[in-house]
Design a binder for this molecule. Structure first.
Ligand code: B3K
Ligand code: ZN
Length: 853
């Protein structure tokens, strides 16, 4: 069966043929869209193999080799051509129907515009091709379409020709991209847009035209994306010495898109969510997200496009590196600590969960059934952590020398993760032999730390042991950069350094000490590992107050509140009363009152770990006890600090910046958990809000406290924003996250709301995606209703959009931490999915891997 075809990294072979040039002629004509691809093909080496091209969902019209009908056959989504020519021209004509393409991969329609998505293997939905990243060709693309409906016809590279066809009301353009590229970077867009134009002068004084295309009427919402693009271009020149290479850089925002954005050469296609913003409709987080995604796609121009991947197993070569670069960009232009905290949260809450579940894989996977399933937090975010560790080990100068060497060696090539590490090693002279294992080893390493203080000698002994077990198999020793700070009893910093851990167990001795120091361990999450160390309350309170690193102070607060919650889970299980230690309360009070801490950081500290974050800290969870204990601890902290919170809230409403807004809004939510006496503050904030962050902050507080004003505010919000889909997405999410027993019925009802649509991924993710991934208690209801609802939705999406379905299944396959009854219910749903006659490769891979656990 087609579904079960698993590909292995170890089976990689060079392509038997290559394509050096492609001339595409795309006649856009609804259901009768016609693509003519003329490729210059060359045999690689001496062999008699057939030329094998990939193609999916295509209707083949003709195949000519050097102008003569070719000798070909078709088999299993492949076109096989038999020839003894070594160099030839191949002309293939295919017919397609973009309107019928609901998978949003290949060529499809987004709200009246034609657009493409080719990564990973979408180009084969446009024409038969060597659709693999190590075949690099120069593209010339002619696009023809009706002029009135599609005034803009865009593709990669530079515009070289255009013309009118007045009698038919059609027109055409021709684009040429001088940079050889793999098919996954091809793009085409045709539609009617508003256009924001600007220019950027590069470091070598070349003027580049910048264009952002948005839906009609949204021009004013494109400015932040444009400003972000210019910032990113400048930053890449300053920090990495990398300059843009074409005459034009285009961004097109489309409504129907499976993910955030796509880095096609010179023509990025973006989800509107990561382009459109104005103060009234977008939150501070949205602004930040746009800056980061615009940066990410721009940075791919060098890390991904100029140097690309040899095969899809190497995806982290471009994604891990580009995430690292976008994280550094956000940190250099914004708050380094807050950006780091967000990245750590993704790792601990999502990546650790992936690594503990059935889809666990190394950052360079070894086998894949459906490539789209491997655009994961492991490949992206753990991949970025691996790059960050190299940066820590080599230092900025060593790392930049490595980058320079990488580009000198590989510009214009399709290469491997090993090539990247070789460049880093050769340029810096650091031995990365042991370090490379991070690429091939799955699972989260556990680093266990124990310490002792020898008062007579004034010596502090720190013993660090590492172990990684993945799917029952013990892994190899890794090179772990382990950052520590030792604090004195009055808070002074005694030692602050990175230890190189290269053995399974190592002891470090620090001398000349009068007292036992308080250790800050794995500072700033210097490696993607789980830390085990038995911190006591006093140590954590000390770290919260004195650690030099702001991230370490936040980490200590997370640890402190998490320990408090788990202690209460244990109390409940032993039928004891729940308690919160007064030192914990005082530590939080101190943070609320401390005028010297960055307000955005206070907001992070006051954001108590979510249920899903807490679940990631343990091997097995008693969900019902966790729900009660978490609620108790949050309410205790909030009510003990009610006066201070209220006083800070009143100060913060007078301040107008993102950090203050974040602090203010988390404060309001905490106050609403204590008592609904603060309802008037919520209403006042909602009705006087001058930006979306504050409106949404008020709504969230009302939803968290389940205040009686919630329905009224929601309905006001709805009437205000009903014609702005991206804002209605926030409205859908808010309701999907209410922790109340009727929420599933509410979600079902909302799928009938005019703002919702099963064909648009943003709508699906905002309502159903948010419910399953973030309404932990209700999705995991003991009666299994949450699981059954998700299963019904997946059955529906399996047919229309398998990629979106496959992303949403995650909470259903990560069942190992739940009780037997819940596991049973989840597995029943997976069995039902497995029996579907037309199960997509995407879901098939995840369902079978889960049931094999
Ligand atoms: N490279 C794309 C992701 C493509 C996902 C294909 N299913 C966006 C990015 O990482 O920049
Ligand atoms: Zn990327």
């Amino acid at each position: 069966m087609n579904q079960a075809q698993e590909k292995h990294l170890k089976d990689y072979t060079k392509p038997a043929f290559t394509i050096t040039h492609v001339d595409l002629n795309v006649i856009l004509d609804g259901k009768n869209t016609k693509v003519t691809a003329v490729s210059t093909v060359r045999r690689n080496g001496e062999h008699q193999h057939e030329l094998v091209l990939d193609g999916e969902q295509l209707s083949l019209s003709s195949v000519k080799l050097n102008g003569v009908a070719a000798n070909y056959r078709q088999h299993d989504n492949q076109l096989l051509i038999n020839t003894d020519q070594n160099n030839f021209e191949l002309e293939i004509v295919t017919l397609l129907d973009p309107e019928a393409n609901s998978s949003l991969e290949g060529l499809y329609m987004s709200d009246g515009a034609y657009c493409t998505q080719c990564e990973a293997e979408g180009f084969r939905g446009i024409t038969y091709f060597l659709d693999r990243p190590d075949v690099l060709a120069v593209y010339t693309v002619r696009i023809e379409a009706e002029k009135q409906a599609f005034p803009f016809l865009l593709s990669n590279g530079n515009l070289v020709d255009k013309g009118e066809m007045p009698r038919s009301g059609r027109h055409f353009v021709k684009w040429h991209d001088p940079f050889p590229k793999p098919s996954y970077l091809f793009a085409l867009v045709a539609g009617d847009f508003d256009l924001l134009s600007d220019t950027f002068t590069t470091m070598s004084d070349r003027e580049v035209k910048l264009q952002v295309f948005v839906d009609k009427g949204n021009l004013h919402k494109a400015e932040h994306a444009m400003a972000s693009l210019k910032k990113a271009m400048k930053w890449d020149e300053t920090r990495f010495g990398l300059e843009y290479d074409l005459d034009v850089y285009m961004i097109v925002a489309v409504d129907f898109f499976n993910m955030g954005a796509m880095e096609n050469k010179g023509l990025n296609v973006f989800n509107t969510k990561y382009v459109l913003a104005d103060k009234a409709s977008a939150t501070d987080d949205d602004y930040h997200g746009i800056e980061s995604v615009v940066g990410h796609e721009y940075f791919h121009n060098w890390t991904g496009n100029r140097v690309t991947c040899r095969d899809w197993f190497q995806l982290s070569l471009k994604e891990g590196l580009t995430v690292f670069r976008d994280q550094e960009f956000s940190s250099d232009v914004g708050s380094r600590a807050v950006n780091r905290i967000h990245a750590i949260r993704v790792m601990k809450n999502q990546q650790f969960a992936e690594d503990a579940g059935p889809m666990s894989h190394p950052i360079r996977p070894e086998s894949v059934i459906e490539m789209n399933n491997f655009y994961t937090v492991t490949v992206y975010d753990k991949g970025a952590e691996v790059i960050r560790m190299m940066h820590t080990i080599l230092g900025e100068d060593g790392f930049q020398a490595g980058m320079k060497c990488y580009f000198e060696r590989h510009d214009g090539q399709a290469v491997t993760c090993d090539d990247f590490v070789n460049a880093m090693q050769d340029a810096s002279g650091k031995d990365l032999t042991l370090f490379r294992r991070w690429y091939s080893q799955a699972g989260t390493p556990v680093v266990t730390v124990s310490d002792r203080f020898d008062a007579d000698k004034g010596e502090y002994h720190l013993t660090i042991a590492q172990q990684v077990v993945s799917k029952g198999v013990k892994g190899q020793v890794l090179h772990i950069p382990f950052s520590i700070e030792l604090l004195g009893i009055t808070g002074q910093s005694i030692v602050n350094k990175v230890l190189d851990i290269t053995k399974s167990i190592q002891t470090f001795v620090f001398d000349g000490l009068e007292n036992a120091p308080i250790p800050s361990l794995l500072q700033d999450f210097s490696a993607p590992v789980k830390l085990v160390y038995d911190f006591n309350i006093d140590q954590l309170v000390h770290l919260m107050r004195y650690a030099s690193s702001e991230v370490a102070r936040w980490e200590a607060s997370v640890q402190l509140v998490s320990q408090t919650i788990w202690n209460n889970v244990a109390q409940l299980q032993q039928q004891q009363v729940m308690v919160v230690d007064s030192r914990v309360v005082e530590a939080f009070r101190g943070i609320i009152l401390d005028a010297n801490i960055d307000q955005a950081l206070v907001a992070e500290i006051l954001s108590i770990p979510s249920a899903s974050a807490l679940i990631e800290q343990v091997d097995k969870v008693d969900l019902d006890a966790l729900a009660k204990a978490r609620e108790f601890v949050v309410e205790e902290l909030a009510s003990a600090c009610e006066d201070e919170l209220l006083a800070r809230y009143r100060e913060l409403i007078l301040v107008n910046n993102a950090g203050a807004r974040a602090f203010k809004n988390v404060t309001l939510s905490l106050l609403c958990l204590v008592t609904d006496a603060h309802e008037s503050l919520v209403q006042k904030q909602y009705y006087s809000a001058k930006n979306m962050t504050d409106s949404l902050g008020a709504l969230k507080a009302a939803a968290t406290g389940q205040l009686s004003c919630l329905p009224m505010l929601l309905s006001d919000f709805e009437s205000m924003w009903e014609s702005t889909p991206l804002v209605m997405d926030k409205w859908l999410t808010l309701q999907a996250l209410v922790d109340n027993d009727d929420v599933i019925d509410q979600v079902k009802a909302l799928t009938k709301h005019p703002s919702f649509s099963f064909s648009n991924p943003n709508r699906i993710r905002s309502l159903i995606g948010a419910f399953v991934a973030a309404n932990t208690y209700q999705f995991h209801r003991a009666d299994g209703e949450g699981y059954r609802y998700l299963t019904k939705i997946l059955i529906k999406l399996n047919k229309t959009n398998p990629q979106v379905a496959s992303r949403m299944i995650t909470p259903l396959i990560q069942f190992s931490k739940f009780d037997q009854q819940r596991q049973q219910l989840m597995k029943q749903c997976l069995v039902e999915l497995k029996s579907l006659p037309d199960l997509s490769k995407d879901l098939y891979e995840k369902v079978t891997k889960s049931l094999a656990e």
